[in-house]
Design a protein around this ligand. Sequence first.
Ligand SMILES: [Zn+2]
Length: 247
Amino acid sequence: MGNVIMVTGMVLSSLPVGEFDRRIVLLTKERGKISAFAKGSRRMNSPLMGVTQPFAFGKFEMYEGRTSYDVRKADISHYFTEVTGDYDSVCYACYFAELADYYGRENLEASQMLNLLYVTLKALGKEAIPNELIRYIYELKLMSINGECPGLFECVKCGNSNKINYFSMQMFGMVCADCAHLVNDCVAISESCAYTLQYIVSARLEKMYTFTVSDSVLKELSYIVGRIRSRIIDKRMKSLELLDNTI
Ligand SMILES: [Zn+2]
C-alpha cells in the first residue's frame, strides 16, 4: 500500500499522456525533483486541470505508489500569470525551469533551488530588472547553490583578495593584477562586474533581484557567466536555443 504525502513545489513541465491524463515534473522542497501523474486532469471541469500548468506553485497532495506518484489535489498559491502572459518572459521562465530540471534529483532536498526559482519568476513578472540580467543572476546562483561556482573572492593563484581584476576560465576564477601575467587566458573585468559576481553568489535569495547594472557590465556578465555555464552544464537546453533565437 502506498502513502499519501504532502509536498511544496512548482510544476517544471507538464506533458499530456493518454487520452485524459498528464505527467508532470515537480521540483519539491521535501523530495527534490519528482514526476507524478495527474489522472483525468485533461477532462473538462477536472479540479486538477489548473494545478498541472507549468510554474504552478503550491502544496500538492499525492499518493505515493510503488513506482510513481499520483496527484490527488493541490492548493496553488501562485500561478505566475504575470509571467505566462508575456511571450519573452515565458521563454525565460521555460529556460529557468529546464535548468532546475537539469540540477534536480529525486530525494535530494531542493528548498534553496525551489526558493530561487520562485523569486526569479517573481522578478520576471516585474518590469524593474531586465530579463537578460535576471538570466545571468539565476544561472550563476543556481550553479553556486549546486557547488559549481568559480573562485570569485580571492585570486585563485595567490589568495590575494585585492586588485582581483581578471578572470580566467583555465584557473576557473578571479586572478589578481600581480598574477595576471602568469595565466594565459586572463580577461580583464571591471570592478563593478567583479562586485556583481560576488554579490550574486553571497547575497541572500530575497536580496537577489534588487539591483540593475549598466549596459557594459551586462555585456561582461553575459560573457563571463556564459562561459562558466557552457563549461559546467553540458546538456543542450531546448529552451535556450529558442531564447537565443528570440533575443
Ligand atoms: Zn594573485
